[in-house]
Design a protein around this ligand. Structure first.
Ligand code: ATP
Length: 282
């Protein structure tokens, strides 16, 4: 085959709400989450040619010795599913901070599954790709689903949630890596009420701000109080609401315009030295 080469955007996500409903016998947790992709994205370049090996280049990402990049796992799982042997070169330019609650690794994996499916003309359905994706990580199916979603189960049962009002976000990351597994291990499940009802479609930003809720926040804040400080600074800087995303530590503030968000992001970065970024919804 001639060499095929294509670059894809792997977008980050935030959770507008994240309710933990209980621990399951298999160790996973049942959750109910409102998930939204945003403009911040990694760039994933995939090159396909004849052969039988996978090379991955992902500068700046620190993996523990022996750990395999989830994008490589995604490529292996797709090729073995369709019984193909090929030479793949995958280069990832990380823009999404890792272990930050923004689903960067999951999004890279989803992008490889969707990208290879398209490049190789495999014609696998979204559902088939999502079935492969969930074996790599609970958030992977959401990025394949590719719409604002109400996610239940372990995060893999997805219902489209249309009608998200336009808004901009400021993302703030204090430069700490937080392991999702650690957060769940330290979550005392005091709260097991049935909040998990699909929220009504929001009318305007205030309705979305009323939904902001994250059961994991208290766990991560206890270890890293800077998260509370960031929330306060975002509100003082003009955000209508602020919340930690996923297992953290990234916090996002909701703004009514991109200009306001961009100004606040620049001010916070210059005062506190945190990684900040203004973003739009995808
Ligand atoms: P989530 O919100 O889905 O729990 P996260 O944003 O907190 O995820 P990720 O950025 O997806 O976390 O990464 C979690 C871990 O996965 C990293 O600490 C790293 O060890 C590993 N990893 C493997 N491949 C990647 C990748 N391509 N990008 C980021 N992390 C990766």
């Amino acid at each position: 085959m001639r060499t095929l080469k294509k670059t894809f955007q792997a977008h980050a996500k935030v959770n507008f709400c994240l309710h933990v409903l209980g621990r399951r016998p298999d160790g996973y947790h049942d959750v109910a989450m409102l998930m939204q992709q945003i403009s911040l994205a990694d760039q994933v370049m995939i090159e396909v040619s004849d052969g039988n090996d996978i090379q991955i280049n992902c500068p700046g990402l620190k993996l523990v010795p022996g750990e395999i990049n989830i994008a490589e796992k995604a490529a292996r799982s797709l090729l073995s599913h369709v019984g193909e042997s090929l030479r793949l070169k995958i280069s990832i330019k990380k823009h999404i901070p890792a272990a930050a609650g923004m689903g960067g690794g999951s999004s890279d994996a989803a992008t490889v599954l969707v990208g290879l499916n398209r490049m190789l003309g495999l014609d696998l359905s979204k559902q088939e790709l999502m079935n492969l994706g969930v074996k790599l990580g609970a958030d992977v199916p959401f990025f394949i689903f590719d719409q604002t979603a109400w996610a239940t189960g372990i995060g893999d049962h997805l219902e489209a949630w249309p009608g998200m009002p336009p808004m901009s976000l400021v993302l703030v990351n204090p430069g700490i890596a937080v392991s999702t597994a650690w957060v769940y291990q330290n979550l005392g499940l005091t709260h097991t009420s049935s909040v998990a009802k699909l929220p009504k479609f929001p009318e305007g930003i205030p309705a979305v701000v009323r939904l902001l809720h994250n059961d994991l926040e208290a766990v991560t804040v206890q270890r890293f109080p800077v998260i509370d400080e960031i929330k306060k600074r975002l509100i003082a800087g003009g955000a209508c609401g602020a919340l930690m995303s996923g297992s953290g530590p990234t916090v996002f503030g909701v703004f009514s315009s991109f200009e306001k968000a961009d100004r606040a992001a620049k001010e916070l970065a210059s005062h506190y030295g945190w990684w900040t970024q203004a973003a739009r919804l995808k």
